[in-house]
Design a protein around this ligand. Structure first.
Ligand code: ATP
Ligand code: MG
Length: 743
């Protein structure tokens, strides 16, 4: 047996982890120290050396993309497919379990997963029905409350109303929401996890089956597990039974815990050693970093050192210092985007690939100026997060048709498309249907038909609603006739729904893009026809060993796939393009060249964190900064702007405190902007550099004709020097410096 491929590419501490003989192993290590590599090699080791069947291995990662990569790397190491191994996210795994055991979980067979938008729509509807004023009581807060309760394992009936302090209405909405979802076969993301946990508790025979099946459970990014995920793991691994045979192997980094706001608890790392003490246990620490240059690591170490609650580790590398970090002070967000795009062009000119580059930001809204600039310069890019493919309005409309066709009880889908494209069904009619549905406790679909039969709608409204009902029935007849492939079914539904005509009717680029997106949905279905879903296949592979039966129509499979994929990237994987994403989505990834943008107080760290006097949220922001810095392998650019328009408001901005936490000797200031004393003082360790012609960006100048303005860009030197000035009253203009005679 040749195990050198598994062992040789590892250092001593990594090997120790991979070959750990302890029943429970915790690998606690900093960014880029090889945690994910260790996890992959551990699985290969188990299969190859310890003869563990892939069927008995359960691996949990944070995104579907990571799960795909993990499977690929394991198969590469083992040189054989491991299709019956379960690799997935907590949500993906929970979903598969619930599909296989929908009856035991108390669900309907064709239950649908709803995303956060649908959830909010349902909550608003319930609040309206209950007569709760949504101005005074924002529905988002109720949504937050419901999800937080579920993440903590709490159903409405388990919540103590007295703890709600005058916000009892939230509990009432939660109760109604639970009932509505149950009645209409809808499952939100938090519900997936909660039900999967309840499945263990309520169905001991199933729990026993899976405990016998999985001898090894491995978890990546363990620091970001929330209460219900951790509880699910503990029950499955039978951690409280001294005789448990199940081995757990978790890897994590307390400094990279960035989902506290969504219920993740760093404490689980500490608790792991306490909670998983059956059999032997081991903790391995890795501190050598293989990803970044010395300067990048020193910056990351310096920033994170300002946090108090740490388990304490310091990263080091054998590689050299590398280049200095570049800090760019932009005039505004447009200037910032222009700088980033310029640097990208330089990288590509030197032979670098675009896919090696990431632009990272704190909030998704920041992607827009970058997108604009990249489009202008014809630089291909791909945005992760933000408005993801499956979350775009036109795609959600099409999916709502598919959902309703597959499940008539899906009220959320019906509400979305009953009048899209417009077919003369007004808000009043919808309200009548809703109220009647509430009274009779029936689905909207059924209620609409009853209202027509009993002639309780106006003739016009009844006619329009009947047409809608017929349309869906007709679509459904085609789908249930099995002669069509999934992509043919979807093509057909997109055609007869007239969504393309509806979204494409404006003669604009946006409309064109919407039509293309609808066409892309058909392509996605084609790919799904060909490739399927690996985790689902893993369940099917093990079908012969009951009770993991699974019967879903291809359409239902595709819908579930789309709902779970919605959290991730779109576009063509193979195209060489720049990656844009929020810092949260960048977790676990690495890039040669990274731009960490918008480093300004209030933006990053986020203003909510600055208002939190306990300091806990600021520490989470700092961990996010640490995650951002440690994504870079060779080059790291940090940018901030002197003023920024965000959410429609232009505001003066000041450098992030995180910038000042990076030692000055690691930084090269590329170009300074501001001349304003307050701003200059706030960036004291950066120098202002004037251009060769004595003009500098940000300088206030006066022009005879245009009046006063600020220099925002400079090009060329000597007789060919041009400056761009943003005049206070005349807007921005390019001027030849030797002609303009600026004072
Ligand atoms: P993160 O905390 O960001 O998730 P990580 O600890 O999971 O990082 P990996 O992604 O596994 O780190 O590894 C970081 C990089 O270092 C990868 O490119 C990996 O291939 C490389 N690497 C890890 N260990 C070694 C090693 N022993 N020799 C050479 N390269 C290594
Ligand atoms: Mg990792």
């Amino acid at each position: 047996m040749d195990i050198s491929q598994i062992i040789d590419p590892l250092n001593k501490a990594q090997r120790q982890a991979v070959c750990s003989e302890a029943q429970n192993t915790l690998v606690l290590a900093g960014a880029g120290s090889g945690k994910t590599r260790v996890l992959v090699h551990r699985i290969a080791w188990l299969v190859q050396v310890e003869n563990v069947s892939p069927y008995s291995i359960l691996a949990v990662t944070f995104t579907n993309k990571a799960a795909g990569e993990m499977r690929f790397r394991i198969e590469n190491l083992l040189k054989t497919p491991v299709r019956n191994m379960w690799v997935g996210t907590f949500h993906g795994l929970a979903h598969r379990l619930l599909r296989s055991h929908w009856q035991d979980a108390g669900l309907v067979e064709n239950f649908q997963i709803i995303d956060s938008d649908d959830q909010l729509r349902l909550i608003k509807r319930i609040m309206k029905e209950l007569g709760i004023d949504d101005k005074q009581n924002p529905p988002r807060e109720v949504q937050w409350f419901i999800n937080e309760s579920k993440d903590n394992g709490l159903r409405a009936e388990q919540i103590n109303v007295r703890e709600l302090h005058n916000r009892e209405y939230m509990l009432e909405v939660y109760q109604q929401y639970e009932a509505l979802c149950q009645r209409t076969g809808l499952v939100d993301f938090a519900e997936l996890l909660l039900r999967a946990h309840e499945l263990w508790l309520k169905q001991p025979h199933l729990l026993k089956h899976y405990q016998q099946r999985f001898s090894h459970i491995l978890v990546d990014e363990f620091q970001d597990t929330n209460t219900i995920q951790y509880a699910w793991l503990k029950v499955l691994s039978a951690n409280n039974l001294p005789q448990t045979q199940i081995s757990t192997f978790v890897v994590g980094d307390d400094d990279q815990s960035i989902y506290g706001w969504r219920g993740a608890k760093i404490e689980h790392i500490r608790e792991f050693e306490q909670d998983f003490k059956a059999g032997s246990s081991a903790t391995v620490r890795l501190e050598q970093n293989y990803r970044s240059t010395g300067n990048i690591l020193d910056a990351a170490n310096a920033v994170i050192a300002n946090n108090s609650e740490r388990l304490g580790k310091e990263l080091w590398t054998e590689d050299g210092e590398g280049e200095l970090l570049q800090v760019y002070q932009a005039f505004n967000e447009i200037d910032e985007a222009a700088y980033v795009a310029g640097q990208i062009e330089k990288w590509v000119e030197k032979g670098g690939k675009r896919s090696e580059i990431a632009i990272l930001y704190r909030s998704n809204a920041q992607s827009q100026p970058h997108e604009y600039e990249l489009v202008k310069r014809a630089i291909p890019y791909r945005v992760y997060g933000g408005l993801r493919f499956y979350e775009r309005a036109e795609i959600k409309d099409a999916l709502a048709y598919l959902r309703l066709v597959s499940n008539r009880q899906d009220d959320a889908a019906l509400e979305r498309i009953i009048n899209v494209p417009t077919r003369g069904i007004g808000q009043r009619t919808v309200d009548i249907i809703r109220m009647a549905a509430r009274e009779t406790q029936q689905h909207l679909w059924q209620t609409a038909q009853t209202l027509i039969a009993e002639q309780r709608l106006t003739a016009r409204a009844a006619g329009s609603v009947q047409k809608f009902v017929d349309l869906i029935d007709e679509m459904s007849a085609l789908v249930t006739d099995n002669s069509m492939s999934l992509s043919e079914q979807i093509t057909h539904i997109v055609e007869v729904s007239l969504l393309k005509e509806f979204h494409g009717k404006e003669n604009s680029e946006r409309a064109q893009a919407k039509v293309e997106n609808l066409e892309e949905l058909v392509n996605a279905a084609k790919r799904f026809d060909d490739e399927g879903d690996p985790l689902l296949d893993a369940v099917k592979e093990s079908n012969e060993r009951m009770p993991e039966t699974l019967s879903m129509s291809p359409l239902a499979e595709f819908l579930a796939h789309a709902a779970l994929e919605a959290g991730e990237g779109q576009a063509d994987e193979w195209e060489d393009c720049v990656q844009l994403m929020s810092l949260h989505s960048a977790k676990g990834l690495e890039f040669e060249l990274v731009f960490l943008t918008g480093l300004e107080q209030g933006l990053f760290p986020h203003k909510n964190a600055l208002q939190d006097f306990s300091g806990g949220r600021l520490e989470e922001e700092r961990r996010l900064c640490y995650v951002g810095i440690t994504r870079a392998r060779q080059q790291l650019h940090l940018t901030h702007a002197e003023s920024r328009t965000i959410y429609g408001r232009n505001e003066r901005a000041y450098p992030s405190q995180f910038l000042t936490e990076i030692p000055a000797d690691l930084i090269r200031q590329v170009r300074a902007v501001s001349q304003s004393p307050a701003f200059a003082a706030s960036c004291s360790h950066f120098n202002n550099e004037a251009s060769e012609d004595g003009v500098s960006i940000g300088q206030r100048v006066t022009h005879k004709k245009f009046g006063e303005g600020t220099v925002i860009d400079i090009e060329g030197t000597g007789a060919r020097a041009r400056v761009q000035v943003n005049f206070d009253y005349e807007g921005s203009r390019w001027l030849m410096l030797n002609i303009a005679r600026l004072a």
